[in-house]
Design a protein around this ligand. Structure first.
Ligand code: NIG
Ligand code: FE
Length: 387
């Protein structure tokens, strides 16, 4: 097994509390990768010998971003809808059906090529793990193939048959819930780690969401929820009740919602690229952090509500618009994402972690927010290999 030494790291974010500070940051550091894992971390002068070494010229190294929420299996785009929004139209979840029609009409190869393109885009921007949802098929066959395609790119696949009620079930939502909890789940489950529901007026209510999440859990899937995006509602409470890993969006929360997240440990996923692209108020990150809620930042990359694949963009928004500190934002985009996906092997660079990391052409991670829009990620390693 050959080892690789990364040396002359100007600033190394480990997310290991043992190294102090919020991010366990080491200056003038080095690390050794062996067998795809972190084998050693410490000061440059103490570094052990390795088979090969790479001098990083005082650049910063951070754990790879863990993007815990993305919808990448789709066809077409909705640029016109975005343009209309920017001149005053409100966002409507009804647009999801436009993408459903395009996705149903697309060949497998076309969908696979889109996912490949977006995952490549994400890797270039430092993302090493991405969760990928279905949800634009909404038939048994189209959900199953969406998830089979997603599983070719990630272990973090999410069954979102309950994205919206498709047009053909408009007059029979109960019948659609039966499909989602029955034959569709049967075909989706072999390709899925997670089950998700869009809990919102115009999508699914609390009772429907409970039924869908419980059915998924009975099949061995773990729950995550689209909650409280467009207004206050029961999403967060349902997520807490069923023991979901995450409640994502969290844009409109009551005090009871914040208390429930804090007391259950359900991760709040904040998706600021969506508020940017729908011209909506940003979630109140400070309120969540001050209540002790674990916060993850993710892109929610999708063709409708926000089509950014960039975690650095989300960090810049979180810092500028949501008053997160650069350290809080980076933690949420790495360790927070790992918590949201219930993963202990990623989101940090302690010995034994997967060697998932990003090299920044900058002296420290602070530049991710300080230099918004600048492509600072020069290299991404996934399991120790160029991603
Ligand atoms: O997470 N909220 C529901 N689903 C997506 C939007 C999907 C779309 O508009 O196509 C989201 O924002
Ligand atoms: Fe989403």
């Amino acid at each position: 097994m050959s080892s690789l030494l990364l040396t002359s790291i100007g600033s190394l974010v480990t997310n290991d509390p043992a190294h102090g500070g919020p991010l366990g940051e080491l200056r003038d550091a080095a690390l050794v990768i062996e067998g795809g894992r972190i084998a050693w971390v410490g000061g440059r002068r103490e570094a052990p010998a390795a088979d090969t070494s790479m001098d990083l010229g005082d650049r910063a190294v951070i754990p790879g971003f863990v993007d815990s929420h993305a919808h990448l299996v789709f066809a077409g785009d909705r640029a016109e809808e975005f343009a209309a929004r920017m001149t005053g139209q409100p966002y409507s979840a009804g647009g999801i059906r436009t993408t459903v029609t395009a996705t149903r009409g697309a060949a497998d190869q076309q969908l696979t090529a889109t996912v490949a393109r977006l995952v490549t885009e994400m890797r270039r921007q430092g993302t090493t793990t991405v969760e990928i949802k279905s949800g634009y098929g909404l038939t048994v066959a189209d959900e199953a193939r969406s998830l089979a395609i997603a599983a070719g790119f990630t272990d973090e696949t999410t069954y979102l048959g309950a994205h919206v009620v498709p047009a053909e079930y408009q007059d029979d939502p109960a019948g659609y819930v039966d499909l989602v909890t029955g034959p569709m789940l049967d075909q989706a489950a072999p390709h899925s780690k997670w089950v998700d529901v869009f809990v919102e007026r115009g999508a699914f209510d609390a009772d429907q969401a409970r039924a869908i999440l419980r059915a998924g859990q009975a099949k061995g899937l773990q729950a995550r929820v689209h909650a409280n995006q467009l207004g206050e509602g029961p999403g967060v409470q349902v997520a807490c009740e069923v023991g979901a890993a995450a409640a994502d969006h969290c844009t409109y929360l009551t005090d009871a919602d914040v208390d429930a997240l804090a007391s259950t440990g359900v991760v709040a996923g904040l998706l600021p690229a969506i508020e940017f692209s729908t011209r909506s108020p940003y979630p109140d990150a400070r309120r969540l952090l001050e209540a002790g809620v674990t916060v993850a930042l993710a892109t929610d990359c999708n063709p409708g509500s926000g089509y950014s694949s960039s975690m650095p963009f989300c960090i810049a928004l979180a810092v500028r618009e949501m008053r997160m500190s650069p350290a809080e934002a980076l933690w949420s985009a790495t360790a927070g994402g790992a918590a949201s996906l219930r993963r202990e092997d990623i989101g940090h660079l302690r010995v034994g972690a997967r060697a998932d990391l990003a090299v920044l052409d900058a002296p420290s991670y602070v530049h991710l927010a300080y230099r918004p829009g600048v492509p600072l990620v020069t290299q991404t390693l996934v399991g120790g290999r160029p991603g």
